[in-house]
Design a protein around this ligand. Structure first.
Ligand code: ATP
Length: 241
């Protein structure tokens, strides 16, 4: 579970980028995090993962405060950022072993996870090559693999499906479903409303750093008294004009 309680963020001390945002992401569900460009999704995720300090408010992951106990909190979540900066001069397998060392993943589990994940993403054949030689999609896949190696309870994914081919995208969506069905937390940001409609149990919509809606798509439609697609409701909800 992720508990975000009244968080605020400003980069210049004047403009409030995130304002009194409160949101609880429950276990056992896939939750989509939506908002137009610049709404504050990445800023929120960066605070959830301890990359950015929180001006006011608090965030806890499975009850562990990200600012008070950052190392403990970081052991229980896996984070795929929107842009993955990975070590291009390492070979795929070297990189995965490096990350597995950091998280102290036992040898047997490491082998098993690397085999399973890289086969799912069809990059198992390329693990002996330098990451530098990988395509954009392959780099994304190795980044996702590295994040899932230590089997984190909470998955936080910033635009995880961007750049993945249909087969790998399908595999990742399936993994997200299985992970949530086991009672874990999956939280991901996306601009792909069709994907969100397809796999999310609930959605959180923000604009200008404020939460506009949190609930199921059916609840969203009921609230706005419409049976329109998520895309249409989203456009209406985030239309500033
Ligand atoms: N380091 C920073 N310094 C100053 N302003 C920033 C910084 N990072 C983000 N912002 C501003 O904060 C606002 C929210 O940005 P953020 O990246 O969180 O939005 P987003 O919802 O993730 O957008 P996108 O969908 O385009 O990725 C934007 O107006 C952005 O310009």
């Amino acid at each position: 579970m992720i508990e975000i309680a009244q968080i605020n963020k400003s980069f210049d001390g004047k403009n409030q980028i995130i304002e009194d945002l409160t949101l609880t992401v429950p276990d056992g569900k896939i939750v989509g995090f939506l908002g137009p460009n610049g709404a504050g999704k990445s800023t929120t995720i960066n605070m959830m993962t301890g990359i950015l300090p929180i001006d006011k408010g608090r965030i806890s992951l499975n009850g562990i405060d990200i600012e008070k106990e950052p190392l403990k909190a970081k052991q229980i979540f896996g984070f795929v950022p929107d842009r993955s900066d990975i070590f291009l001069r390492l070979k795929g397998l070297e990189y995965l072993n490096f990350i597995a060392d950091i998280y102290q993943v036992p040898e047997e589990m490491r082998q098993e996870k690397i085999k399973y994940l890289t086969e799912q993403f069809a990059i198992d054949h390329a693990l002996g090559n330098y990451i530098q030689s990988y395509s954009h999609g392959m780099r994304q896949k190795i980044a996702v693999t590295s994040v899932l190696l230590h089997d984190p309870d909470i998955w936080i994914l910033d635009e995880p499906l961007t750049g993945l081919d249909p087969k790998s995208s399908h595999a990742l969506k399936q993994m997200m479903r299985e992970h949530a069905d086991k009672g874990n937390t999956v939280f991901f940001s996306s601009h792909g409303l069709e994907v969100v409609e397809q796999i999310c149990d609930e959605v959180a919509i923000i604009n200008h750093g404020k939460l506009l809606f949190y609930g199921t798509i059916e609840e969203l439609q009921a609230k706005y008294q419409t049976d329109q697609s998520l895309e249409n409701v989203f456009l209406e909800l985030t239309n500033d004009a």
